[in-house]
Write a protein that binds this ligand. Structure first.
Ligand SMILES: CC(=O)SCCNC(=O)CCNC(=O)[C@H](O)C(C)(C)COP(=O)(O)OP(=O)(O)OC[C@H]1O[C@@H](n2cnc3c(N)ncnc32)[C@H](O)[C@@H]1OP(=O)(O)O
Ligand SMILES: O=C([O-])CC(=O)C(=O)O
Length: 378
């Protein structure tokens, strides 16, 4: 056996510097470019947070206005992307649709191979503006509904909900959606961001890196957990007629059984945070607002029951996906659409990292310790 120290899953390994965000598990805090994420979620639009992540500073009034105009004029679903999505079955996973759409957007891009900082920033902004139409179109086609054109009088979050549901969302709903986008935007060297950096490190193009990152995000140990949380709720059974206490009791016994049988319950635990996820309180407030808005108190019985039982049995706390899943459910998204919403947000962090990696690149290529048979002859 080899003598090398193996850092399984690269746990605890510091792979490079980043100036984009700081995750501090000791203080349970998350900073984007130095700003606490809670402050950003309380005060900035998602469009402003995107600019902050890309450029390092909050936008000036002029930068903000220019980007808003840019974003609103790049929202339409392109004909090639629409044709490609139409070729995919409506029962494939929506993450496969998102991944394919980004791949097509890359193949269709006149500057696909231009990786200058200016071209990459422009491509990041275009992708940010274009992706919501993919999610909205896919959600509607799965319901047999016609697409809804974007509205330039609406901001990013308002328009996203408008294109998906074909009606103007209530201000509370728009705000909860905006908060989720801000919180999902960036989280240092998580698996999908690291994937994007690995692809970029080979000097491949931005759309290839994002396509690969989407593949990494899909898994239930990462972004796919927001969808998995709702599957758990569905497995326990959602009953709008029961009280919060009744729902909590059923959730508690479900969790006890699940843990006894050795199951992993998605939406709990985190590789970096061991005392709770810094983003959960803010997302939980957004969920509470949605529960009140839709009058669905019983859903919080399931939420509280699972959380309390997991804490009691293992001391493991919820991650961001735990409150985000039921929030998107209440807004009316199909469960399988939750992780594509995560893509829409994380495009900002991924593209910021792609630009950072390229600016000071070194091929990412770790070593392995060989554990196969010793040299032998045929
Ligand atoms: C936005 C995001 O991507 S946040 C992450 C979303 N992912 C999830 O919610 C998936 C569920 N959670 C997990 O699988 C894990 O907590 C991870 C993958 C996120 C992080 O895990 P790691 O740091 O690798 O820890 P690991 O998986 O080794 O867990 C350590 C111990 O806690 C247990 N554990 C961790 N999370 C969970 C969970 N959700 N349910 C049950 N047990 C858990 C493990 O079984 C393990 O127990 P053991 O030591 O008895 O074997
Ligand atoms: O940091 C991680 O490993 C996963 C995560 O929470 C994220 O990507 O938002």
């Amino acid at each position: 056996m080899s003598e090398e120290t193996i850092y399984k899953g690269l746990a605890g390994v510091v792979a490079d510097h980043t100036a984009i965000s700081k995750v501090n598990p000791e203080t349970n805090s998350l900073l984007y470019r130095g700003y606490p994420v809670q402050q950003l979620a309380a005060q900035l639009s998602f469009e402003e947070v995107a600019l902050l992540l890309w450029t390092g500073e909050p936008p000036t009034e002029q930068e903000r206005e220019e980007f808003i105009a840019f974003e609103r004029s790049h929202r339409a679903l392109g004909p090639r992307v629409k044709s490609a999505v139409d070729l995919l079955p409506t029962d494939c996973h929506p993450m496969d649709v998102g991944r394919t759409a980004v791949s097509v957007l890359g193949a269709d891009h006149p500057q696909a191979e231009d990786s200058s900082p200016e071209a990459e920033l422009a491509k990041a902004k275009e992708l940010f503006a274009a992706f919501p139409a993919v999610v909205a179109y896919d959600q509607r086609r799965r319901r047999g509904l016609e697409p809804v054109e974007p509205r330039p009088d609406l901001d990013y979050s308002q328009n996203f909900l408008w294109m998906t549901f074909g009606e103007e969302a209530a201000p509370e709903v728009v705000d909860a959606f905006r908060v989720s986008m801000v919180l999902y935007a960036e989280h240092s060297f998580n698996a999908s961001t690291f994937t994007a950096r690995v692809v970029t490190s080979t000097l491949s193009d931005l759309h290839s890196a994002i396509t690969a990152a989407i593949g990494a995000l899909k898994g239930p140990l990462h972004g796919g957990a927001n969808e998995a949380v709702m599957h758990t709720f569905e497995e326990i059974g959602i009953d709008p007629q029961e009280t919060r206490e009744q729902a909590a009791a059923r959730a508690k016994s479900w969790m006890e059984e699940a843990l006894e049988s050795g199951r992993k319950v998605m939406g709990f635990g985190h590789r970096v945070y061991k005392h709770g996820d810094s983003r959960v309180p803010t997302m939980k407030s957004a969920l509470d607002a949605m529960v009140e808005h839709y009058g669905r108190d019983e859903l919080m019985g399931l939420y509280d029951g699972l959380e309390a039982a997991m804490d009691e049995a293992k001391g493991i706390l919820p991650n961001l996906d735990y409150p985000a899943g039921p929030t998107y459910h209440l807004m009316g998204f199909d469960t399988e659409m939750f992780t594509p919403l995560f893509i829409a947000s994380r495009i900002t962090g991924w593209t910021a990292h792609i630009r950072e990696q390229r600016a000071d690149n070194s091929l990412i290529r770790p070593l392995s310790a060989y554990s196969g048979p010793a040299e032998r002859s045929l």
